[in-house]
Design a protein around this ligand. Structure first.
Ligand SMILES: [Cu+2]
Length: 502
């Protein structure tokens, strides 16, 4: 059986989806996703097969008898995207939309994704947060050769676990050009005790500069170091504190591809229990997120269930995902994504009744009260280690600075630093030391790690001048990237290979 659960009725009738070079996901993502009849929760919602590519056979078999196959073609290409409010921007996107087309399947299903590279540059696709097999992890030079312009590449993998993920290019700074999209893996056993769902993707957006030009100017800049200021600020503040404001002050912060003057809207009913799946796909921006007039309950992070934690607002480092539940009030409410220590904000709206839309610059009081971060959360159930003891210990030292622009792991940039070795079925402890004045969202491919409190994640925001220990079970052989999720830091070399000793 082959079906495409991402092709919802809304998508099928939305003229802005997949129809031309100027397109926007805002209408679709902003419309909410009604779960009447448990559309995504109770088995298949079969629709027409997706195209695989001209002249190619259309496979329908899974890896084992009866396995459902979800097929999709991702077409990365240059496009002019409509950010709303009369703003159009040159971008590189998947399937003409920003964010890219939705990918969605149930855990245990086979994803068969054909990438048709229409970019003027090589590319790859990485399934951020998903512990796929190594051959489809999408890291150029490590797990595959990049996909050349005008050629196709097929990724095929069984969705290993339910959760909120996203897919992205893992070549250079292509993520910051717009090459990302949501990847949602539903739990076949999900009770689904909520009325509607809304995927919320946060991004930082360069308007007139390309990421490559921005990187060149970062490398060339000679600004006075701010290390001294950070040290003062650090001692004067209580945690959380994420240090300097990233490297780039972006002109725009987007929610689901839209600027605050033309926000996307989730339309709902008062009293609705809304599930938000929030993804920080930004390259250089930590966000705080809040829904005006509401408290939210955090239920998952990076796909892993947590003990439900109520909060007014929460921080999301780049690459982190949080699932939230919120009971909607009656009116129009701002969902604000506020960049850490940078001016501006992202805005979307929740509309359940009459009212006047808020000012795009609205300052939410939620940000002045309780702010939760990932390390505050507790696991729903403690992680069960593969082995009771720590078999090996390795050090991951993050170092560098903005001037001169240099971000490295274990003393040298990627390619010059020494790969860390894992032994299959052993439990390894990573002693992570951040010797810089920046927070770095550390992302491990192919595995999740366990925090000291037992919480499992795949991306953790490591505060400035701090240390933590992470434990991982070596159960997925291959060559894996461990890197800072700040794309500009990765570009500078803040990446390391983890390999299995043979
Ligand atoms: Cu970093």
């Amino acid at each position: 059986m082959s079906h495409d659960p991402a092709a919802t009725p809304a998508e099928a009738t939305n003229p802005q989806v997949n129809r031309g070079p100027v397109a926007s996901r805002r209408a679709l993502l902003g419309s909410g996703l009604a779960l009447a009849g448990g559309l995504f929760l109770n088995g298949c919602a079969p629709t027409a097969d997706s195209p695989v590519g001209p002249g190619e056979p259309k496979p329908t078999q899974g890896l084992f008898p009866g396995q459902v196959v979800v097929e999709k073609t991702l077409r990365p290409a240059p496009a002019i995207v409509d950010l709303g409010g009369g703003l159009q921007s040159e971008a590189w996107v998947y399937n003409d939309t920003l964010p890219g087309v939705d990918l969605r399947a149930h855990a245990g299903e086979l994803l068969r994704i054909t990438v048709d590279n229409q970019l003027p540059a090589p590319t790859t696709v990485h399934w951020h947060g998903m512990a796929v097999t190594n051959d489809v992890d999408g890291v150029p030079g490590l797990t595959q050769d990049p996909i050349q312009p005008g050629t196709k590449f097929r990724y095929e993998f069984t969705a290993p676990a339910p959760g909120t993920y996203f897919f992205r290019s893992h070549v250079g700074l292509q993520l910051d050009r717009g090459l990302y999209g949501p990847l949602i893996i539903d739990d076949p056993a999900e009770p689904g005790h909520y009325d509607a769902e809304w995927i919320v993707i946060l991004d930082d957006w360069l308007a007139t500069t390309t990421p490559d030009d921005m990187y060149s100017s970062l490398v060339a800049s000679r600004q006075p170091t701010r290390a001294g200021q950070d040290a003062v600020a650090l001692s004067a503040r209580s945690v959380p504190f994420f240090g300097d404001a990233g490297d780039i002050r972006y002109p725009h912060y987007l929610i689901n591809g839209a600027v605050p003057t033309a926000p996307v809207t989730h339309q709902g009913k008062p009293g609705d229990l809304l599930r938000l799946r929030v993804i920080n796909a930004a390259s250089d921006t930590i966000f705080a997120l809040a829904l005006g007039g509401h408290r939210m309950t955090i239920t998952h992070t990076d796909g892993h269930p947590v003990q439900p934690q109520e909060t007014s607002a929460l921080y999301l480092g780049m690459g982190e995902r949080y699932d939230l539940l919120v009971t909607l009030g009656d009116g129009i409410f701002p969902l604000v994504a506020k960049p850490w220590n940078k001016p501006g904000q992202g805005l979307a709206l929740v509309r359940t009744g009459a009212g006047t839309p808020p000012d795009p610059q609205i300052q939410l009081t939620e940000f002045t009260s309780q702010l939760t971060q990932g390390t505050d959360l507790r696991p729903a159930e403690p992680a069960v280690p593969a082995t009771p003891q720590i078999d090996a210990r390795v050090t991951v030292e993050l170092s560098g600075q903005a001037d001169p622009y240099r971000w490295v792991i274990n003393g040298a940039p990627y390619g010059q630093n020494t790969p860390l070795e894992l032994v299959q079925n052993q439990r390894t402890e990573l002693d992570v030391i951040n010797n810089t004045t920046r927070a770095h969202p550390l992302n491990l491919h192919g595995h999740s790690f366990t925090l000291p409190n037992g919480l499992r994640k795949d991306t953790i925001l490591v505060p400035p001048t701090s240390a933590t220990t992470l434990q991982l079970d070596a159960t997925n052989p291959g060559l894996w990237a461990l890197h800072c999720q700040n794309d500009y830091h990765t570009q500078a070399g803040m990446m390391l290979t983890m390999r299995y000793r043979s």
